[in-house]
Ligand binder design. Structure first.
Ligand code: KG4
Ligand code: ZN
Length: 333
């Protein structure tokens, strides 16, 4: 029996989870509402909120899993990448807990954990598979050969897909984070109402900054002609922007699947919660004969459940960290 306590604090979600032999027993996520009015995450406020949240969140995770503190065998934590001040809170807590209990520490790469979220529930993908990891900070196509043998084969040259959603939302006057709101409006809109350009980027890399600029000019020009343009067309604008972001993502994913001859294809990260992406991915799967894997909603956005599963596989390999470990704002695989 192996019981792991996992901590995630890389951005603006404070989360703790308990995993027993690869099963997630609890996954508590405290979202920080304090950033809404600033239109984005304010790092200093995020660190303070993590400090306030971490103990109650861990207590709730332990109570929810109905385990005893003394039965915890290891503490896994997000070492990076992320906001340094935020990562420090989770890292320090994990180190203190491990030291006090005399149990091992397991460091986890947040981006690998997004991929490993596919190993929480059945059905699980088979190696090698492709994972399109799309979040507020990253857009990557990852070739996954084994649990910890992953290669980034395509990534964004500028904005992440989540940022494209959030920045569009800001242009449209919607609050942060705008991704879920665009998803909501898009459901009622026509994705072909307005045509936004698809950038021509070589290989498997992405670019979203040109799209953002074209949306900005489009909105500026139309609002100049009709002050109520946004209110009247919100659903169609959101559906059209979302359609373009998704086709940019899926066209590269199709290219990668062809290039590597892979049929197990998955998505991960906050943007994989997007309903349009989920349904268009399923359509692409039906056309291309792919097996598609999408994590449960609670394991798509930042959460400690995915840190726990990654920590569990590292624990099995006895891959432990020392008490001198420090968080990393940038961290490669
Ligand atoms: O993985 P995540 O929770 O945090 C990071 O590591 O960045 O991803 C957050 C991102 C935000 O940009 C948010 O707007 C986006 O995921 N997001 C969505 C949806 N839900 C979250 N974007 C589009 N549609 C959604 N339903
Ligand atoms: Zn993330």
């Amino acid at each position: 029996m192996t019981t792991i306590l996992a901590i995630e604090s890389s951005c603006d979600e404070t989360s703790a989870a308990i995993c027993k032999d690869g099963k997630i027993l609890s996954n508590i996520i405290a979202t920080q509402a304090v950033h809404e009015k600033y239109g984005g995450v304010v790092p200093e406020l995020a660190s303070r909120a993590h400090q306030q949240n971490i103990i109650p969140v861990v207590q709730e995770a332990i109570a929810g899993a109905k385990v005893n503190k003394k039965d915890i065998d290891a503490v896994a934590f997000t070492r990076g990448p992320g906001l340094l001040g935020s990562l420090l809170v989770g890292t320090s807590f994990a180190k203190g807990f491990a030291l006090a209990k005399g149990i091992p520490l397991v460091e986890v790469n947040h981006m690998q954990a997004h991929v490993l979220a596919h190993f929480i529930d059945d059905p699980k993908p088979r190696f090698p598979f492709l994972c399109l990891t799309v979040s507020g900070g990253h857009t990557q196509i990852v070739l996954v050969r084994d649990y910890f043998d992953m290669e980034v084969v395509g990534e964004t040259n500028d904005d992440a897909a989540g940022e494209a959603f959030d920045k569009t939302a800001k242009i449209l006057g919607l609050p942060y984070p705008g991704g879920p709101l665009i998803d909501k409006y898009a459901r009622e809109g026509n994705p072909h109402a307005f045509a936004f350009p698809e950038p021509q980027i070589a290989g498997l890399d992405f670019s979203f900054s040109g799209l953002k600029t074209s949306i900005l000019y489009f909105v500026r020009d139309r609002v100049r002609e009709d002050a109520e343009f946004l209110e009247k067309n919100m659903n169609d604008i959101c559906a059209s922007v979302q359609y373009r972001i998704i086709t940019i993502l899926l066209n590269k994913l199709k290219k990668a699947a062809r290039q590597f001859g892979i049929r197990d294809v998955s998505i991960a990260g906050g943007v994989s919660a997007n309903s349009g992406l989920r349904s268009m991915l399923q359509d692409a799967a039906d056309k291309n004969g792919w097996n598609v894997f999408i994590p449960a909603f609670q394991y798509c956005t930042d959460n400690a459940g995915m840190i726990a599963i990654a920590g569990y596989y590292k624990f099995l390999q006895k891959d432990f960290a020392g008490q001198d470990i420090a968080p990393l704002a940038r961290m490669n695989f």
